[in-house]
Design a protein around this ligand. Structure first.
Ligand SMILES: [Ca+2]
Length: 115
């Protein structure tokens, strides 16, 4: 009997999404610090408190993915999570250097690298 090794069609090499910096252009909360949370493929990979006009170094925070990774940003207040803007898709190639998470009053910009 031959040994059959199955290769899934369309399988990609594993890529790494490295989160580099998060910049808060417009804060969500009226008073105090925001508590942004970055979620990649449903898993919280980073969360801290941060102030308007500041930039946080996210390194080393990296996530392995296959083909594409879905990124969302939530802001936490009193244990409740509010998603800021839409879900962003990161691909193995052809990404912009940064993506925005934006609502009418809140704006976060995430810088990242894929290798
Ligand atoms: Ca908050």
């Amino acid at each position: 009997m031959p040994i059959i090794i199955r290769h899934d069609k369309g399988a990609h090499a594993v890529a790494t999404l490295e989160l580099v910096t998060l910049e808060c252009h417009r804060q969500h909360d009226i008073t105090g610090l925001d508590e942004p949370k970055i979620i990649v493929d449903g898993i919280t990979v980073w969360n801290r408190a941060m102030d308007k006009g500041t930039k946080k170094d996210l390194r080393p925070t990296s996530v392995k993915f296959n083909g594409r990774a879905e990124v969302t940003l939530e802001e936490v207040s009193n244990g409740k999570f509010k998603q800021i803007g839409g879900q962003v898709t990161v691909r193995e190639s052809g990404n912009p250097p940064s993506v925005d998470f934006k609502t009418s009053g809140t704006w976060y910009e995430l810088f990242f690298e894929v290798s």
